[in-house]
Design a protein around this ligand. Structure first.
Ligand code: NI
Ligand code: MN
Length: 219
């Protein structure tokens, strides 16, 4: 497995035969070229523009399927995409692994202001690695159940504050979640979400987690 950080909350997970995208706000990174990847599935945690990103366009070009909570999936279907419509708590199976949507504490609305269902985080099982992508979320007590139920190896956590938890709360979340490796996301993209990565790394060290900072310039 190859983890590519596209920037903000966008990741490509490259597996042996295919790739999946999470929150593909790819227009934010001119160096990232998705045209060359065999993208089969796109996951969108919620409908805000910095997460839905270019999901519709990519899904159409690649004939990929968008998986999202019912209301957001309906919107993507209206735009002409193949979708898998899901909700919280049940594993969804794919050729390459399985995924479960978990709650996030955040809002979710479409570009036209319509309600888009609840915001989610996602847990992905692929190639013997379990990844938790928290989406946009505040620190919530629910994260303790992520550890109890799922024990992820890698946690992708927003640290920018303002719209989500900040670095301090993300370090508490990391401790509750118990992942060995934590990848910070959703920071420095906009002026209001500047974050101190060194401070975050130091806070994680106190709990024996490793902070893996991925550079979107090296995507
Ligand atoms: Ni959001
Ligand atoms: Mn966001």
């Amino acid at each position: 497995m190859d983890l590519k950080y596209i920037g903000h909350s966008a990741f490509e997970i490259k597996m042996e035969n295919n790739s999946i995208l999470i929150d593909p706000y790819v227009s934010n990174n001119k160096k990232y070229n998705w045209h060359e990847s065999n993208i089969t599935d796109i996951f969108v945690t919620h409908a805000h523009g910095d997460h839905l990103g270019e999901a519709i366009e990519i899904a159409k070009e690649k004939d990929a399927t968008i998986t999202a909570v019912v209301e957001l999936a309906n919107y993507c279907r209206e735009q002409g995409c193949k979708v898998r419509s899901v909700n919280f708590g049940g594993w969804i199976k794919y050729d390459w692994g399985r995924v479960v949507f978990v709650p996030a504490f955040h809002t979710s609305s479409l570009p036209d202001g319509r309600y888009a269902g609840e915001a989610a985080g996602i847990i992905i099982d692929a190639e013997n690695v379990r990844i938790y992508h928290a989406g946009d979320t505040a620190l919530t007590n629910e994260m303790k159940t992520i550890k109890e139920l799922y024990r992820p190896n890698i946690a992708m956590l927003p640290i920018g504050g303002n719209y989500t938890m900040d670095a301090e709360h993300a370090a508490v979340a990391a401790n509750w979640i118990g992942a060995q490796t934590v990848i910070p996301m959703h920071y420095n993209t906009f002026p209001e979400i500047q974050a101190d990565l060194q401070k975050f790394g130091a806070l994680l060290q106190l709990n024996n987690s490793t902070c893996m900072v991925l550079d979107p310039d090296k995507v």
